[in-house]
Design a binder for this molecule. Structure first.
Ligand SMILES: C[S@@+](CC[C@H](N)C(=O)[O-])C[C@H]1O[C@@H](n2cnc3c(N)ncnc32)[C@H](O)[C@@H]1O
Length: 149
């Protein structure tokens, strides 16, 4: 298949300088605050974004070094297929985050709910739409077992 190339539209500024510093929140959503600095070239694309309380951010795991098809999630003793995990190490090192948009100042978005490194390139942003994106009936798969304790 054809290789695809993307140009980042911005960058995450987060409190995390190393992956070890990021809390592993398998059973719950992350809560850390951060900013997303959008390249001014894309400023026009932010019109009306602050009318949404939550955003979906698509980003590149730019420090990912491997592309295994089987992984051990943090703290787990059972191997899982990479597509059954949120591992940063995957064939296309792309991640997604649903974040709360606290405020916007020009091309800076102040958000809450991140678990990514400072400097993580942002590829795209979309509004979180509850009627599209929220699935209360969704099962947790193998993650359910980790929440039972
Ligand atoms: C399990 S992933 C989940 C990320 C996102 N919530 C998702 O579902 O795509 C989060 C972990 O990826 C790693 N990570 C975060 N930012 C990264 C980056 N820019 N490059 C490589 N690994 C990163 C850290 O170990 C972090 O704890």
């Amino acid at each position: 298949m054809t290789a695809l190339t993307y140009t980042p539209i911005g960058v995450f500024r987060t409190p995390y300088l190393t992956t070890q510093a990021i809390p592993k929140t398998l059973g719950q959503a992350p809560t850390a605050e951060a900013t997303i600095e959008i390249d001014p070239a894309y400023a026009d694309g932010l019109l009306d974004i602050d009318r949404f309380s939550h955003l979906i951010v698509i980003f590149a795991f730019h420090q990912s070094t491997a592309k295994p098809l089987r992984v051990y999630p943090p703290g787990q003793t059972r191997e899982r297929g990479v597509f059954a995990t949120r591992s940063p190490h995957r064939p296309n090192a792309i991640g997604i985050l649903t974040v709360e948009l606290k405020k916007r100042e020009g091309t800076r978005l102040f958000v809450k709910g991140v678990d990514v490194l400072d400097g993580t390139p942002v590829l795209d942003i979309k509004p979180y739409l509850a009627h599209f994106d929220c699935r209360p009936e969704a099962t947790l798969g193998w993650v359910e077992e980790t929440r039972r304790g």
